[in-house]
Design a protein around this ligand. Structure first.
Ligand code: DGT
Ligand code: CA
Ligand code: CA
Ligand code: ZN
Length: 579
């Protein structure tokens, strides 16, 4: 079996890990790391690219890496890797994947005879790590925590929404271009906008499925064919994502779409309602229990209508109260991307953004925004090139100049900042400076692993500060990478309500923070939300849609979100906050 892009990328990452444990120079390590990343992002099969002799056109792939890819593709093995593996046991590399264990520690454990995660866990539980040089009871406990978290994540490989949605759209675009395909959509957790996706479920309406299935399994992004039938096929993509495709006659499309959108919990309730009305409902049809002929539904609307319900937006279908709301005519009027007039969180070349203020304004205008706030990082974010007090003051004139240029064209450009909440809970600039800005975001970037009391106190300190308008990515999670901070969210919500401070739904698909359930709770409490791209580049601005999907899943309506408001209302709101 030929290696997939993902397997090759994983192997290069292991090479980088091994070089790191050996203490190799950083450039050599990074060469493999960056190549692995580029290969993971590569939608085409490396074999096809190699056959065209174009491996070196992949970013981060130079001559040496290209030769190693060739070797892997032709022999299925990599001699260089095998040499390394003879020196550094692969199980020692696994130890490196525990949060809090770097290459030096891994090497140290290895020297002490600890060569597997199981060894390490046993040693930690026996209290044997704390006496090693540079270790203590605290770091020993951290390692146990890291092992637990690694186990949780490894057991549950799910793909971020930001990876799954573009992949699904690309496949649908290709398949729907076929003359046999009438229409189609993604279903499952993706249609419900979960932040992570187990597999992609696609549905296409057609009377002639064979050419669609053939095209599906022979796409160049396919690594493995898991099933190839007339009504259902499954493949694994180069990046490891599984995709199921079902092709159905158009007359049955509605029942299938309703079924495969899920969630299972929603569908269980829907089937009960069907039974009460004298139907049995499955993915094929509604069948009257009195023996009369089955009823086909071409649309989902028809399915819900037969059950006496309005169509329920897929993002709500979790049995979180949407069925009761539908029954009593209280479904929310969910926010859409078209409702968005502004983007209140973005970075420029003044800190760690890729584009200057003018460039971001131009891109925002092209996307139909009517106002934006420039919010670069603050001084203590040294790695993000945060703004010193002098630079922040100087930036004001630069923003005002762009505003003067763009206001006549229909875009206001305001001056704000993303102010760090320091580890000690203080904000990163004095109040006198914060009050001179048009809009202030306060964010937790450091000290996210502090104990609940401490990290909560810091968040509350920022929320209570009258100069802070918005708390950025409040919980600090990174999807599949970092658990949220241990915040007392009830206290956060109480304070946000009491002080009128808004909370963010950060639309970056690595964050999606607040997540849906929290956004919903905030709205119920009357707290104002913002949905922001947190763009560091122009492409990032288009990630706003992931924030909208998350908000919809949280029952959010347009008026709950500041950036759906007119610029006049926005200015009035900030003025009332003392700006
Ligand atoms: P995922 O893929 O883990 O992110 O989550 P889903 O919701 O996409 O789950 P998946 O792909 O297993 O199935 C898609 C939908 O099909 C699911 O949401 C509901 C429906 N479905 C699948 N299997 C069953 C089942 O055994 N019983 C019921 N009631 N529904 C099912
Ligand atoms: Ca799925
Ligand atoms: Ca599935
Ligand atoms: Zn930011």
């Amino acid at each position: 079996m030929a290696l997939t892009n993902r397997e090759i990328a994983d192997l290069f990452d292991r090479v980088a890990d091994m070089l790191q444990i050996k203490g190799e120079i950083i450039h050599r390590i990074l060469a493999y790391r960056s190549a692995a990343e580029a290969i993971r992002q590569q939608p085409r099969d490396l074999r096809a690219i190699a056959a065209e002799g174009k491996l070196e056109e992949i970013p981060a792939v130079g001559k040496i890496i290209a030769e190693k890819i060739e070797e892997l593709l032709t022999t299925g093995r990599l001699e260089f890797y095998e040499q390394l593996a003879a020196e550094v046991p692969p199980s020692v590399v696994d130890i490196l994947h525990i949060t809090g264990v770097g290459p030096k520690k891994a090497k140290q454990f290895w020297a002490a005879g600890i060569t597997t995660i199981a060894d390490l866990e046993a040693a930690a539980r026996a209290g044997k790590l704390r006496d090693m040089p540079g270790m203590g009871a605290k770091s020993e406990a951290k390692i146990l925590e890291g092992i637990e978290s690694l186990k949780r994540h490894a057991a549950n490989v799910r793909f971020p929404l930001g990876v799954a949605l573009p992949a699904a759209e690309l496949i649908l675009e290709r398949l729907l271009a076929l003359p046999e395909a009438l229409h189609g959509v993604y279903a499952g957790s993706l249609r419900r906008a979960r932040p992570t996706i187990g597999d992609i479920d696609l549905l296409i309406a057609s009377d002639t499925s064979v050419p669609i299935m053939d095209a599906f399994v022979s796409m160049d992004t396919v690594a493995r064919i898991l099933g190839h039938g007339e009504t259902k096929s499954s493949v694994e993509l180069q990046n490891g994502l599984q995709v199921d495709l079902r092709v159905l006659p158009p007359a049955r499309y509605g029942t299938a779409l309703q079924y495969f959108t899920g969630s299972q919990a929603h569908n269980v309730r829907i089937r009960e309602i069907a039974l009460q009305r004298g139907y049995s409902l499955n993915e094929h049809a509604l069948t009257p229990t009195d023996g009369s002929p089955e009823i086909l539904c071409a649309t989902e609307e028809a399915v819900y209508e037969h059950l006496g319900l309005p169509w329920i937006p897929p993002e709500l279908r979790e049995n979180w109260g949407e069925i009761e709301a539908a029954q009593s005519g209280r479904l929310p009027h969910l926010i859409t991307l078209e409702d968005m007039r502004a983007d209140l969180h973005m970075h420029t070349t003044w800190s760690d953004g890729k584009v200057d203020i003018r460039g971001m304004a131009e891109a925002a205008l092209a996307r139909g925004r009517t106002y934006i706030v420039i919010t670069d990082h603050s001084q203590s974010s040294v790695v993000a090139n945060g703004l010193s007090i002098e630079r922040l003051i100087a930036q004001r004139d630069a923003v005002r100049a762009v505003d003067a240029e763009f206001a006549p064209r229909g875009l206001r450009v305001f001056h704000g900042v993303e102010c760090d909440i320091r580890a000690d809970g203080e904000l990163d600039y004095p109040d006198e400076l914060l009050t001179s800005l048009d809009f202030v975001i306060a964010s937790l970037h450091v000290g996210l692993r502090q104990p609940r009391d401490q990290v909560t106190r810091r968040a509350l300190n920022a929320i209570q500060n009258p100069h802070v308008d918005l708390i950025g990515h409040p919980r600090g999670q990174l999807i599949n990478q970092r658990d949220p901070a241990d915040l007392d969210m009830d206290a956060v919500f109480d304070a946000a309500r009491a002080h009128g401070t808004a909370l963010e739904i950060n639309a970056n698909p690595e964050r999606l923070d607040l997540e849906a359930q929290y956004a919903r709770r905030a709205v119920e409490l009357g707290i104002q939300l913002c949905i922001d791209s947190d763009a560091h580049s122009i492409e990032d601005m288009d990630k706003l849609r992931y924030g909208i999907m998350t908000a919809r899943r949280g029952w959010v309506q347009p008026d709950d979100v500041i950036n759906t408001w007119s610029v006049e209302r926005f200015i009035e709101w900030t003025a009332q906050r003392g700006k």
